[in-house]
Design a protein around this ligand. Sequence first.
Ligand SMILES: [Zn+2]
Length: 414
Amino acid sequence: MEALSCMMKRALDKGLYRGLKCGSEGPVLSHLLYADDVIFLEEWTTLNALNLSRILRCFYLVSGLGINLSKCCVFGTEVNGFEKSQLAMVLGCRVGDFPFTHIGLMVGRNMKGVNAWGPVVELFRKRLTRWKAKQLSFGGRVTVPEGVMDKLERLRRLFFWGGSEEKAKMNWVAWDKIMAPIEYGGLGLGRLRDVNVSLLAKWWWRFKNEKGRLWWKDDRVVWLGDKVGGFSVRDIKLKIVANVYTEPEFVFDWNRLVPRKVSFVAWRAVLDRLPTFVALAKRNIPVRSNLCPVCDELEASVEHIFISCGLAQSLWCVISQWCKMPDFFLFSFRDLLEVHKYLRLSSIKANILQAVCLIATWCLWKKRNDLVHSGVPIQLPGLVQEIKVLGFLWVKNRGKMTSLTWENWCRFKV
Ligand SMILES: [Zn+2]
């Protein structure tokens, strides 16, 4: 494609191709490239079209890259249908109509209306399973109306909680908290609005500073970010984040030895956002009784399930013995998340102990759900075995501890 750009530039210089001039001071545009998509811009003359098809022919002869003209379209502004079909005939392609879609965005339509964004919303909906925030990067060059942002954000939220547009599921953690950066106690999903603003700012920056570009004017702007004079999307994102969120007193530590789904349960537990009987009753969801189905003595709250219930106490006792540590003194769920910090362990061991506590929390939660939903009784030895097996698998692989053997793991020789 670089070669095609060179050819177009030569053709412009030699006057064989007449592009579009942008304003009196602006450059002349002949083509726009994106991956293997090209848009040619030209003055509406038959000679221009003929020369373009000659250039494309030469390009084919030197590069071997043929252009399938039957897949190409001619778009004209302020010319009638007859003129369009004439020029399409010269080029051997079809006549196209505005608006059309180019790299996911509508071209030739007023993008200020929410309706015009329908295709983008639709694309989002279709791609939610392999969603990337970068999906919107093309939206960065135009202002995305507020209503559209809300729609897209709503789709992300529905997707996250596993609901659909017809049937929303209960959102256990506020969406703002989920979007919040990890350093601010969130899940770090980020807000679409911030991505949009950062990218817009980048365009604004280029608009003001890049000489010879389409939009260049002679008034330099200096970005007072961390790098004096330079601009980075990262800087602006950090600045937005610092404005939007306040630092929490407790920051959840996402241990890399375990999958996110495992830490996620502990993250929700410390925020008291797990669907325990107590939490369900609080949200007016009928539960038969909010007593713990394991001990039948106390209310099944997060603190009870993971800390004060007899089953939990036995579990932490077995785990502290397995890991050759003194008994854990746990008064709250948060203590469990921090126990590895107070045992004077090497950083590797502390990390592994933290992972074990997260895995145990996850397994205990799963087993309790099996008990509630399917009546499967919980056996402590089975629970401990599952924690050990999963711990071995994840610590060895995710921690790249290739020499770790099962025997050593069972003796906590790590
Ligand atoms: Zn209990």
